[in-house]
Design a protein around this ligand. Structure first.
Ligand code: HEM
Length: 457
C-alpha cells in the first residue's frame, strides 16, 4: 500500500500574501503599505462583501461584492470616476490619456482607439508575438539550466510592445524607452497608503521625487517615433502607432494631436507591457508548482503546434492554455487593487458611501473571497473549463463596464502565443527555496523574480 502524501499548506497552495488579521494604527499601516501594498488588505476582505475604515480624516471602503462592483463599474460609472490618487500617480507620465481621462475627453479617445484593438488588427500583429516567443526559446536553448523567467518575460513583452509601437525607430531608442519606463515605475511604484486613501496631494511623499529627466527622455523618444512615422507613412502591416495615427472618433471625426498620440502610446506601453509579463511569469511559476497541469498544457500545445511556434489561427484551438492563463489572473491579478473617488451619496452592500470617500476594488481579495470561490487559494484551472459558471463581477482581472481594459484581447492573445510555445519546448521546475513572494508595487509582482529550472523536452 502506498502512503498518501502529506499535503501541507505549502504544497497545496501557491504563495500568497499574509493578510492582516488585527486592526492596525495609521503609522503601522503606512509602513506596511510602503513595503507591500497588499499587506493593508485585511484578511476579512476575503470573507466579507465590504470592509470600511477611516485613516486620518479620509473614509475608505474595500468592495468585494459582485453586485456592488457591477454598480460601480457599469450602472453608476459616472459616480465612481478613477481616484485622484490614480490620476496623480500616472498623469506626469501619460498625461490626460485614455487611462485617466473622464467624461467627454475619455469618451472620444476611447472611440478613436477602439478599432486599434479590434480582433482583425490584433490577429495581424500576432506574428510579432510569435517572433518574441521564438526569441525567448532561442535564449533559453542557448543557456539551459536556470533562468529568471520574470526577466525573460519582461524582455519578451517589451519586444512585442516596442515592435507594435516604436518599430522602425532604432534599437537604442526602444531600449531608452524601456529603461525610462522601468525607472518611472520604480519611482512611483512604492505607492504609499497616503496615496491609496487619498490624503491631499500637498502632503510631501518621500518616494515621489521624480527625476524629471526620466519622463522627459521617455516623451522625447515617443515624440521622435511619431514624427518619423508621420514622415515615412504607414508600414505594410499597420502597427499600433499607424492605427492610432489613423484613428478618428466616428461621432465627432476628431483625431489625436501629437501630444495625445504620444500620451496614449506611452499608456499602452505602461499599461500593457509589465502586466502581460507578470501574467506569463506567474503562469510559468504555477506550471512548475503543479506539474500535472504543466503536463496537460504541454500535451495540448504539442498536439496543436506540432513543433511550430503558435500563430493567430492556433489560439482558438488552445482552450486549456486559456484556462491556465485565466486561473493565473485570478490568483495573481496584475492590477491587484484599483480605486475610485465617490462623487455622490450611495449605498454599497448596505454601507453608506459619501461623496469624497475612497472606494477600492481589491481584485486580489475579490478573487480569493471564500463566499465566491471554493477553496480560493488553490490553483485549479478547471474553474474556467467550458461551461463553468461564476458571476462575471466576481472575476475582474481586466475590470469591466465602459472602462474595461482596452488591451484585454491583445494581452490574452500574447499570453496564449508565448505560453503555449514555451511549454511545448521546455519543462519548467521549481528551484527549492526560491518560490516568489507576491508584492504589490504599482502591479502585483513576484519579489525576487521567478527562478525556475528550464529543461528542453
Ligand atoms: C494581462 C495584462 C493586462 C491586465 C491584467 C490589465 C488590466 C487592466 C485593468 C484592471 C484595467 C481597468 C482599470 C480600472 O478600471 O481602474 C485596465 C485598463 C486599461 N488597460 Fe489594461 N491590462 C492588461 C493589458 C493591457 C494592454 C496589453 C494594453 C494596451 C496595449 C492595456 C491598456 C489599457 C488601457 C488603455 C486601459 C484604460 C481603458 C479606459 O479607461 O478606457 N492593458 N487594464
Amino acid at each position: 500500500m502506498t502512503a498518501t502524501p502529506d499535503l501541507t499548506e505549502q504544497h497545496r497552495y501557491p504563495p500568497k500574501v499574509p493578510l492582516v488579521t488585527e486592526v492596525w494604527g495609521v503609522f503601522r499601516s503606512l509602513i506596511a503599505a510602503r513595503r507591500n501594498l497588499l499587506e493593508i488588505i485585511p484578511e476579512i476582505a476575503t470573507r466579507q462583501p465590504i470592509v470600511s475604515g477611516k485613516t486620518g480624516t479620509v473614509r475608505w471602503h474595500m468592495v468585494m461584492d459582485p453586485d456592488s462592483l457591477r454598480r460601480m463599474l457599469k450602472d453608476r460609472v459616472d459616480d465612481y470616476p478613477k481616484s485622484d490618487v490614480t490620476k496623480n500617480l500616472l498623469r506626469p507620465a501619460i498625461g490626460d490619456s485614455l487611462f485617466i481621462a473622464e467624461g467627454a475627453h475619455w469618451r472620444w479617445q476611447r472611440r478613436a482607439a477602439a478599432p486599434v484593438f479590434s480582433h482583425r488588427n490584433i490577429a495581424s500583429l500576432v506574428p510579432i508575438m510569435s517572433a518574441a516567443a521564438d526569441a525567448t526559446c532561442a535564449r533559453l536553448a542557448a543557456c539551459p539550466g536556470r533562468a529568471d523567467m520574470y526577466q525573460e518575460m519582461v524582455s519578451a513583452t517589451f519586444d512585442v510592445i516596442s515592435n507594435v509601437t516604436f518599430s522602425g525607430s532604432d534599437a537604442m531608442d526602444s531600449n531608452a524607452v524601456h529603461k525610462a519606463i522601468d525607472a518611472y515605475i520604480a519611482q512611483i511604484g512604492r505607492v504609499s497608503l497616503m496615496d491609496v486613501v487619498g490624503i491631499p496631494t500637498w502632503v510631501p511623499r518621500p518616494s515621489r521625487m521624480f527625476r524629471p529627466n526620466t519622463l522627459k527622455d521617455m516623451k522625447a523618444v515617443a515624440d521622435r517615433a511619431i514624427r518619423q512615422r508621420e514622415a515615412a507613412g504607414p508600414k505594410s502591416v499597420p502597427d499600433l502607432l499607424d492605427l492610432l495615427l489613423a484613428g478618428e472618433d466616428p461621432e465627432t471625426k476628431k483625431r489625436m494631436n501629437t501630444d495625445e498620440l504620444r500620451d496614449n502610446l506611452l499608456t499602452f506601453i505602461v499599461a500593457g507591457h509589465e502586466t502581460t509579463a507578470l501574467t506569463l511569469s506567474w503562469a510559468l511559476y504555477l506550471c512548475a508548482f503543479d506539474e500535472p497541469v504543466q503536463d496537460k498544457l504541454r500535451a495540448e500545445a504539442q498536439s496543436v503546434l506540432q513543433g511550430r511556434t503558435a500563430t493567430a489561427e492556433d489560439c482558438p484551438r488552445l482552450p486549456y492554455t486559456e484556462q491556465v492563463i485565466k486561473e493565473t489572473l485570478r490568483l495573481y491579478p496584475p492590477a491587484a487593487i484599483v480605486s475610485r473617488t465617490a462623487q455622490a451619496h450611495d449605498t454599497l452592500s448596505g454601507r453608506e458611501i459619501r461623496p469624497g470617500d475612497t472606494v477600492m476594488m481589491p481584485f486580489y481579495a475579490l478573487h480569493r473571497n471564500h463566499a465566491l470561490w471554493p477553496d480560493p487559494d488553490r490553483f485549479d484551472p478547471e474553474r474556467f473549463a467550458k461551461g463553468a459558471k461564476y458571476d462575471r463581477f466576481s472575476y475582474l482581472p481586466f475590470g469591466d463596464g465602459p472602462r474595461v481594459c482596452i488591451g484585454a484581447s491583445f494581452a490574452m492573445t500574447e499570453a496564449t502565443v508565448i505560453l503555449s510555445t514555451l511549454i511545448s519546448k521546455f519543462r519548467f521546475k521549481r528551484v527549492p527555496g526560491k518560490d516568489p513572494k507576491p508584492v504589490m508595487l504599482l502591479t502585483l509582482r513576484p519579489d525576487g523574480g521567478v527562478h525556475l529550472k528550464v529543461e528542453p523536452v
